[in-house]
Design a protein around this ligand. Structure first.
Ligand code: NDP
Ligand code: MG
Length: 401
């Protein structure tokens, strides 16, 4: 079979990919998609923070032209690991390395799967360079949504959502006129503590928070799901991606995670996208759009689905949701403060230096103490990010003494 003629995509050249965060949960699942459709893609760049061992294996398999690692010592380890393998990728380092990987002239599509604020600049630069970006890194849109919007308006770049809820909304919107959208319903699993008594939240351990009922994901987003900050970040992500007002975005807890999200239209019709919780489906759609490629992902078995439940989120149990709404309403650097305070607090929780309920407490303190700057530049976003992280780390110091 001709390398360009699989899956009815006759004549379509392979897409040249940079996968930022290829060693993570989204990154490794993206590579699973590439293995399913090897003729559709050429992998030009792969990146990690510090997991050089896995990156070396990926380099041997996918033979990229360029790899980025988080720090110089990892570059040296990677170079050693690749000796005598015949793989000759250029090794670049740090944020500059991520940006170089994202903007290479031989790259058409960038998968943004770095976790957190670190993903912002490479995604912005990729869009400015006219790349198509399949975006998992929601923090980019939370912190730098306005800059992303500007980059999209000015350049030839294009953004396709990977986050399952946003992919669901995007799929519901295909073929619809924008102004016909009445509202968006973002579904949430409710995480592992949906039914747990709020009085016991102080005792939640790291391993309990990392035990998500439906999705297998990286540590940071798994804790975000447990606090429901993930849904707060996703409300902001939806607002930025689909240009709707906050009032038009509703969150509904749906413990089965089968309805990935819904859109209501002006004639009263509601569209939903359903499926088993498997990130490979939205990752693949972001790469195959507008086509759908036949794939062996798990199918929804209706004989096993006896009910679909929906309930309102509990704002007292999960204050992070309210904090996210507060931050987007304040605007300017407030979402950057929210995000950085959350990243710092989640790191401290994972290190067992603060408790689970200290996460929203720290974010609320940071949002109260640090005044937001309106219409921030990229430099101002970096400054707000650093200040909020430092603020939360200093808050935690007495507890660790
Ligand atoms: P992981 O923690 O599993 O992976 C993160 C990736 O980013 C890894 O490759 C990691 O490298 C790399 N990385 C981390 N920090 C840095 C840094 N400072 N500089 C360079 N690279 C870095 O995260 P996920 O894959 O779970 O999530 C990625 C993004 O996708 C997040 O924004 C998340 O919110 C979003 N998302 C994830 C979903 C999921 O199912 N996992 C679902 C929807 C959205 P290393 O391995 O070396 O640490
Ligand atoms: Mg999601």
């Amino acid at each position: 079979m001709d390398r360009h003629s699989r899956n009815g995509e006759s004549g379509t050249p392979p897409r040249d990919l940079a996968i930022l965060g290829s060693t993570g949960s989204i990154g490794t699942q993206t590579l699973e998609i590439i293995r399913l459709f090897p003729d559709q893609f050429d992998v030009k760049a792969l990146t990690c923070g510090s997991n050089v061992e896995l990156l070396a294996r990926q380099v041997k398999e996918f033979r990229p032209e360029c790899v980025a690692v988080g720090a110089p010592e990892h570059a040296a380890t990677l170079k050693n690991a690749l000796t005598d393998t015949g793989a000759s990728a250029k090794i670049v380092v740090g944020e500059e390395g991520l940006c170089e990987s994202a903007t290479r002239p031989d790259v058409d599509v960038v998968v943004g799967a770095v976790v957190g604020f670190a993903g912002l600049r490479p995604v912005l630069e990729a869009l400015e360079a006219g790349k198509q970006v399949a975006l998992a890194n929601k923090e980019t849109l939370v912190v730098g949504g306005t800059l992303v919007q500007e980059a999209l308006e000015q350049g030839a770049g294009r953004l396709l959502p990977v986050d399952s809820e946003h992919s669901a909304i995007f799929q519901c919107l295909v073929g619809e006129a924008e102004r016909t959208v009445e509202n968006i319903v973002l579904t949430a699993s409710g995480g592992p503590f949906r039914e747990r008594a709020a009085e016991t939240f102080d005792e939640i351990t790291v391993s309990e928070a990392l035990d998500h009922p439906n999705w297998s994901m990286g540590a940071k987003i798994t804790v975000d799901s447990a606090t429901m900050m993930n849904k707060g970040l996703e409300v902001i992500e939806a607002k930025r991606l689909f240009d709707v007002s906050l009032d038009q975005v509703q969150v509904l807890v749906h413990p089965q995670s089968i309805v990935h999200s819904m859109v209501s239209f002006s004639d009263g019709a509601v569209k939903a996208q359903l499926g088993v919780p498997d990130m490979k489906v939205p990752i693949q759609y972001a790469l195959s759009f507008p086509a759908r490629w036949e794939a062996p992902h798990e199918r929804l078995d209706w004989s096993e689905v006896s009910r679909l439940d929906f309930e309102q989120p509990d704002p007292d149990k999960f204050p992070c949701l309210r904090l996210a709404y507060d931050a987007i309403e304040k605007g300017g650097t407030a979402p950057a403060i929210l995000n950085a305070a959350n990243e710092a607090a989640v790191d401290l929780f994972l290190d067992e230096r603060i408790g689970f309920t200290d996460i929203p407490r720290a974010i609320e303190h940071a949002l109260g103490a640090l005044s937001p700057t309106p219409a921030p530049s990229l430099e101002e976003l970096y400054a707000a990010d650093e200040k909020a992280r430092r603020y939360v780390e200093e808050l935690a110091l007495p507890a660790s003494n």
